[in-house]
Design a protein around this ligand. Structure first.
Ligand code: FAD
Length: 317
């Protein structure tokens, strides 16, 4: 059995999730006595993957694949999986990969499970634990096909360094011209220094901040943390913040190490999108705010009083 990961990159550099997938794959490989291969698309620093357990890198370099193209990417990854006779193919559970992974699964006639949140419960039979019902419950899914395709949630396993070096091999999949009739241009709207998807820390504001003019203090806190800024749905609906910052069930999912919610009530639709975050800190003037029920740390008080003090403290570190 071999394991293939799709190591995602942006502007040539691997995303942190690529290293998380490598760590996850290495752990399974260690238990099954197999190797880990990564397929990369227009990435430049393959050696970095070796630090997290990748033995071999199939490096695809193609101008045609500079813009994201779900069908063409899926085709390339499928061919890599076939070349390696991979029995497990791993993706990150993010927007791009959730487009590609089902296509790869269909191409490989493989069973597919998304939102996987831990190492397989069992390798034989092959069972994985997944988030269900907007992250309010877990289920265990069994995949019975020979090849399995999984999309792993961010922060589900973490980074585990390994000794070893990845051997790079150029890989040129045959691409179908019909897949390039439409070109998708993608741009990530960046309002802070870090994007919400990649952020370790997210500082998020709700209607409790009263108006867009008060967001400066949140940006100061985010900057002290090196965090991305986010907001609740009404805040983006009201035009206080761009829609790209809206998080929750109908917005972007957040799986940060630290999520700081300021003046957000904690409605189920908000919680559904952020509860994969590891540590949740809630600042709210209402001690009955539902958010406190899921908070790891809570501060009852006026955000306008607490946030500037917190920012000063964080800056001291
Ligand atoms: P409010 O509910 O108005 O809460 C404001 C909070 O600020 C209160 O708890 C208040 O105590 C606190 N506060 C007030 N003043 C201060 C102060 N000075 N200091 C500290 N705290 C203060 N919402 C999302 O966020 N994301 C989604 O994806 C989403 N999807 C939805 C999908 C559907 C189908 C529906 C029906 C709703 C959805 N919602 C979503 C909306 C959701 O139900 C809530 O209405 C919304 O999350 C509330 O936003 P809020 O907490 O910012 O505002």
């Amino acid at each position: 059995m071999s394991i293939l990961i799709y190591a995602e990159s942006a502007e040539g550099k691997f995303k942190k999730t690529a290293f998380e997938l490598a760590s996850y794959a290495k752990k399974i490989a260690g238990e099954t006595g197999t190797t880990v291969t990564a397929v990369t698309i227009n990435a430049t620093n393959s050696a970095d993957l070796g630090k997290y357990g990748v033995d071999k890198v199939l490096a695809v370099t193609s101008d045609k694949l500079k813009a994201f193209n779900a069908k063409a990417y899926a085709d390339a990854i499928k061919q890599a999986a076939q070349k390696e006779s991979a029995k497990i193919v791993l993706f990150s559970s993010n927007t791009d990969s959730l487009h590609i992974a089902p296509l790869v699964a269909v191409g490989l006639e493989a069973g597919y499970a998304s939102n996987v949140v831990a190492l397989p419960v069992s390798l034989s039979p092959f069972q994985v634990k997944r988030n269900a019902f907007s992250n309010k419950a877990f289920n265990v899914t069994e995949i019975t096909t020979d090849v399995k395709v999984l999309a792993i949630g961010k922060n589900s396993f973490g980074l585990v360094e390994a000794s070893g070096a990845a051997v790079e091999e150029a890989f040129s999949p045959s691409l179908n011209d019909n897949d390039f009739t439409v070109t998708v241009q993608s741009s990530e709207k960046v309002t802070g220094k870090v994007t919400i998807a990649d952020a370790e820390v997210v500082v998020s504001g709700g209607r409790g901040l009263k108006g867009p003019e008060n967001w400066g203090m949140l940006e100061d806190l985010a900057s002290a943390f090196g965090a991305a800024t986010a907001c609740s749905k009404p805040v983006s609906d009201l035009g206080w913040r761009p829609h790209s910052e809206h998080v929750g069930q109908t917005g972007k999912p957040v799986a940060a190490n630290l999520y700081v919610a300021v003046g957000i009530s904690g409605a189920i639709q908000h919680i559904a999108g952020i509860n994969s975050s590891k540590v949740k800190v809630v600042i709210n003037s209402d001690p009955e705010a539902p958010f406190f029920k899921v908070a790891d740390y809570g501060v009852v008080g006026d955000a306008f009083d607490i946030v500037p003090k917190l920012t000063e403290k964080i800056k001291e570190f």
